[in-house]
Design a protein around this ligand. Structure first.
Ligand code: NAP
Length: 583
């Protein structure tokens, strides 16, 4: 693999763009900008491409969106030559795909691996970003593009006495590249989020004994994984362009047969038939069963009860089934998990579930874990404890914008952005799938493609007009935050203590971070913003303001909200004071 070590451009000029991160976002951004004649480079902390799929190598890691949709659509040849082996590709195959894309488009020559950006300061006089890395390399760039991923920095969760534990400790998000063999071992795992839910069945099949420490149960749907059925592949292969366009024109950026039917207005036997059909199909299909399940507690409870019944069907011990059933958050208010054999794993004689709500974890000791009730002895412990999501990778960089203002200070009450693409006071700095964009509520690849293409168009427009900087206006940023609040308020999403809300990191401001208005709506808004000559942005040439559009007026396309949901949505917005009450 060719690895570039010289990043600054050879003529001493600043780079056109420095991209931080070589996951799918950074890779496509690099390819796109190079194709447009720019001079971009990438800095990546890992030793290879792939981002999420480079780091998260825990057993059972696989994508939760169907592979046919979770792959790049920007190049028809790439699309034709790659054939996924399973409906939900496993991590090694996803990593191979990333490596294949890097090789095919000769990306590695412009990526500096094993290097982490530590600081980036905006130089107002020179209109460039001055960037430093942890290996001492310094560089200047006109545009700084943060492709740092939404779930890339593990939380700092630690436990008293962890360093005294004599066994091995693994984090799912930093899994050893050589793999881990748990054969014959006594293993403990802390956490029951997606990472744990995917790894528990595999670890249980190897280990002598597995103890699962659960604080909060999650909803998990069966993947029904296996080879892609020939008819599904053929349906996709007939018209991949059309298929992708249809995926992008949805709330979540993937096809889900989203129904406009209301559970509260559907006969019980029809509800059951529909939920059974979608459960049998697997994955996220159940999310689209009823339009009101995301906004109406009564409708949501219908789906919750169905899933609770499914858990009871799979878990032999009713007490264990009850413990595994979520009770503290509505269905869909955390990203649901997609599993292979998770619930049935608790029927194995070598698997035990510990309820940390009833017997809190007190400390680690040399042998293992002490709870308030007893000591559990282990050879190895796995921490599947989650991420400092959406902002973690950005605010760990010493980022300073106009006047030396730090991003941490700008985001002290939560991450404020315009369109999840730019931050006021941080000119020429873009985020790909940043806070304030649909990102983690969607099929990430489709969101990434939309962002990369928007940013590339923006850079081309600036270059053509010899404009040197673009910056979100504070007014547009405030208006976008207001609009984002309006989008999420009618839903039940803010009701969960989720990482969407920053609730899993002590001290992190509570704010619903992704944009909940849907990828299709969001894409249309971005299109309108561009068509209006970059509405909400201030564009400069040197220190001369060339265009100054401060307001944000673009609107979601009419008719995107199912009509029968409108009364509920209006009522919620009025109750929250976001809409004048009807007279
Ligand atoms: P997560 O969903 O945040 O789960 C972390 C788990 O650790 C939770 O069960 C949490 O319990 C527990 N935990 C955290 N701190 C703890 C403590 N001090 N004591 C005891 N338990 C503690 O993290 P994740 O599983 O890594 O998943 C994060 C996101 O990554 C997912 O929502 C998903 O979007 C993505 N992901 C996707 C896939 C996929 O299928 N493609 C796979 C993995 C991850 P509490 O809930 O009580 O805090």
């Amino acid at each position: 693999m060719a690895i570039s070590s010289e990043l600054p451009s050879k003529d001493g000029q600043p780079l056109d763009a420095l991209i931080v991160g070589a996951g799918f976002a950074g890779m496509y951004m690099l390819h796109k900008l190079r194709g447009l004649g720019f001079n971009p480079k990438v800095v990546e902390a890992g030793s290879g491409v792939g981002g999420t799929w480079y780091w998260n190598r825990y057993p059972g890691a696989r994508v939760d969106i169907q592979s046919l949709e979770y792959s790049f659509g920007f190049d028809e040849e790439l699309e034709k030559e790659w054939r996924w082996s399973e409906r939900y590709a496993p991590q090694p195959e996803l990593l191979k795909y990333a490596e294949h894309v890097a090789e095919r488009f000769d990306l590695n020559r412009d990526i500096r691996f094993n290097t982490r950006v530590s600081a980036a300061h905006w130089d107002e006089a020179a209109q460039v970003w001055k960037v430093e890395t942890d290996v001492g390399a310094a560089m200047r760039c006109r545009h700084l593009i943060l492709a740092t991923g939404c779930l890339s920095i593990p939380t700092d969760v630690t436990f008293p006495g962890l360093d005294t534990f004599a066994g091995d400790v693994y984090r799912t998000s930093r899994w050893p590249h050589e793999g881990v063999d748990f054969s014959g071992k006594r293993v403990g795992i802390i956490g029951t989020g997606s990472s744990a839910i995917q790894s528990i069945p595999i670890i249980a099949s190897q280990a002598a004994h597995l103890t699962v420490f659960q604080r909060t149960p999650n909803y998990s749907m069966p993947a029904h994984n296996g080879p892609i059925p020939q008819e599904d592949f053929e349906a996709w292969a007939k018209d991949p362009r059309g298929y992708r366009a249809a995926s992008k024109d949805t709330v979540g950026g993937f096809q889900n047969e989203a129904s406009e039917a209301m559970a509260t207005a559907t006969a019980p036997e029809e509800i059951r038939a529909e939920l059974e059909r979608r459960w049998a199909w697997g994955g996220f299909r159940i999310l689209g069963a009823f339009a009101d399940s995301a906004v109406d507690p009564q409708a949501n409870r219908i789906v919750q009860e169905f899933i609770a019944e499914k858990i009871r069907e799979q878990v032999a011990d009713p007490a264990v089934a009850d413990l595994l059933t979520p009770k503290d958050h509505p269905f869909g208010t955390k990203r649901p998990c997609v599993d292979t054999g998770y619930y049935a794993t608790f029927n194995r004689p070598n698997v035990e579930l510990v309820n940390l709500r009833a017997e809190p974890l007190v400390r680690f000791n040399a042998q293992g874990i002490e709870t308030s009730e007893k000591t559990y002895a282990f050879d190895a412990v796995v921490l599947a404890t989650g991420f400092d999501a959406m902002t973690g990778a950005i605010d760990r960089i010493d980022l300073r914008g106009v006047g030396g203002r730090r991003i941490k200070d700008h985001w002290v009450e939560g991450p404020r952005t315009y369109l999840g693409l730019m931050v006021s006071g941080f000119p020429n700095m873009f985020t790909i799938t940043g806070p304030g964009s649909p990102s983690v509520l969607t099929n990430m690849i489709n969101s990434i493609e939309q962002h990369v293409e928007w940013i590339a168009d923006c850079l081309v427009a600036l270059k053509q007009r010899q404009q040197t900087s673009i910056e979100a206006s504070p007014e547009a940023e405030a208006a976008w935050c207001r609009h984002s609040t309006e989008a999420v308020t009618p839903t039940m999403l803010p009701q969960a203590n989720s990482w969407y809300m920053g609730a899993n990191v002590p001290g992190k401001p509570r704010m619903f971070m992704p944009y909940a208005g849907g990828l299709h709506t969001y894409t249309e808004i971005c299109r309108q913003v561009t068509a209006k000559g970059y509405e909400g942005f201030i564009i400069r040439q040197g220190d001369r303001v060339l265009s100054e559009s401060r307001a944000f007026t673009s609107q979601p396309a009419p008719g995107e909200i199912p009509e029968n949901l409108l009364p509920i949505i209006m009522e919620r917005l009025m109750a929250a004071g976001l809409m004048p009450a009807a007279t």
